[in-house]
Design a protein around this ligand. Sequence first.
Ligand code: NAD
Ligand code: AKB
Length: 326
Amino acid sequence: MAKECVLITGANGQLGTVLTSVLVDLYGENQVISTDLRKPEEQLSRFELLDILDQSALNEVIGKNKVTQVYNLAAILSATGEKKPLLSWDVNVKGYLNVLEASRINKVAKIFSPSSIAVFGSDAPKQNCPQSVLLNPETVYGIGKSAGEQWSQYYFRKYGLDIRSIRYPGVIGYESLPGGGTTDYAVEIFHEALEKNSYTCFLKPDAYLPMIYMSDVVKATFQLMDAPSKQINTRTSYNLSGMSFSPEEIAAEIKKHLPDFAIKYEPDFRQQIADGWVYSIDDKEARADWNWKPKYNLEEMVNDMLQNLSEMKLSDVKKNEILNKI
Ligand code: NAD
Ligand code: AKB
C-alpha cells in the first residue's frame, strides 16, 4: 500500500498547530506537509507557503507530493469576516472550491474541512439545536460555511470524493491562540486571568454559546476520519457538542481557582454575532455514526486549562531566568 501523504492548509492557526502535531505523530514528519500564508515560528513537519486562492499552486503541491489526505483549515473566522466580508467569502468558499477541485483532479482519498456552529441563525432552536434545521446564518462566515457544507455533499455525490466535516463549536485550548472569532474570549480569559487577574469581556455576561475543549476536538476529528466510509451518513457536516456556558459562568469557575479574579463587560460588535447563534447542540448523529462522546465539561476544562497554562508560563519564566544568566 502507498504511504499516506497529508497536506494541511491554514496549518499555523489555532487548530492547525495542534492537528499538525497529531498528524506528525501518526504519519511521521516527512509524510505531513503543513502550508499557510506565512512560515510558522516552529516547524514540526515539511512546510510550504500556500495561498488556497492560488488554484495552480494548490494543484501543483497536491499533485507533485501525491497527497492522499487534505485537512483544509485555512479560513477567515466570524469577527474578521464581518470586517472583511468579501475576503471571508473568497477564502471560505472560493478557496475551499479550489481545494475540492485540486483534490478531485489529483484523486485525493480523504478530505477533512470543518464547518461551524455559525451555520445556524436566529430561526434555529436555541437549545439542543438538531442536525437538520433550516440554515439561515446571519454572518458572512456562517453563509460561507453553509455553502461549503453543500459543496462538500455535492462533490461526494457527484464525484465520490470522501469529504468529512464537523460543525465545531468554539474551540478552547492552551496549546495555541485563536484569531478573529467570536468565541475567542473563552481562551483569552485564561491568559489574562493568569497574567493580570482580570479580564474585559467583549460579550455580555449571559452570552451562552456552544464550546468544546481542544482534546475533544482532536478526538472527534480523528474518530470521524478513521470511521469506515459506509458509517458516514452526513456528508454536509456533523453537529458536535462539547459543553455550553456563558462568560459569567466561566468567570465563576475560574474564580474557584483564582479567588481575586475580576471580570468586566464591554460588549462590542461581536455580541451581535453571538446573538444570532444557538446556545447548545444536539449531536445524536455523530454519537450514533462514529461513537462520539465528549470527555470535558466546563469544570474539567477550566481545571486543565489553568494547570497547563500555569506550567507553560512557569516554564517561560524559568527559560527567561536561564537565558538571563547566559
Ligand atoms: P485560525 O484563524 O486560527 O487559522 C486559520 C489559518 O488560515 C491562519 O493561519 C491563516 O493564516 C490561514 N489562512 C487565511 N487565509 C488563507 C489563505 N488564503 N490561504 C492559506 N491560508 C490562509 O482558524 P482555526 O481556529 O484554526 O480554524 C480552523 C478551521 O476550523 C476553520 O475552517 C474554522 O472555520 C473552523 N472552526 C474553528 C473554530 C474555532 O473555535 N477555532 C470553531 C468552528 C470552526
Ligand atoms: C468563531 O467564533 O468565529 C469560531 C467559530 C465558532 O466558528 N470560533
